[in-house]
Design a protein around this ligand. Structure first.
Ligand SMILES: [Zn+2]
Length: 129
């Protein structure tokens, strides 16, 4: 049984596809973010409440998607400059398993863990005394 190794081109298409999907979703969320129509003839009270809660969800969802869009854009920039798949911190190769799970990953697993630990450490230090 041979292990299928993903080529960088495949990650590139995954990123382009995700970028397109997010843009489509964001465009849809923008529509949902429009002021809720007050016209009671076309919308009952219940559907108006639905529309308002959808608006809140749209706001929360879109900021998360904007962050992901930035990550994807940064990854595509790295691809263009031939640095895709290389850790932005230690400059070692990022494992393909990790890129499979997150094609926009800017750091290798080790650096991600170290950065998370450092962040936790800082939070503990700031919280203490
Ligand atoms: Zn690294």
């Amino acid at each position: 049984m041979s292990v299928h190794v993903q080529s960088l081109d495949e990650f590139f298409s995954m990123l382009v596809e995700e970028q397109r999907d997010i843009r489509i979703t964001l465009a849809g969320l923008e529509d949902a973010g429009q002021p809720v129509a007050l016209d009671q003839t076309t919308q009952g009270r219940v559907s108006r409440i639905d529309a308002i809660s959808q608006q809140h969800m749209a706001k929360a969802g879109s900021s998360r998607l904007m962050i992901q869009l930035d990550r994807i854009k940064a990854a595509l920039d790295r691809y263009e400059s031939g640095r895709y798949g290389i850790c932005c911190r230690c400059e070692l190769e990022i494992g393909h398993g990790r890129l499979m799970a997150d094609p926009a990953a800017p750091f290798c697993l080790e650096c991600t863990e170290e950065l998370a630990e450092a962040k936790q450490h800082n939070m503990r230090r700031n919280a203490g005394r």
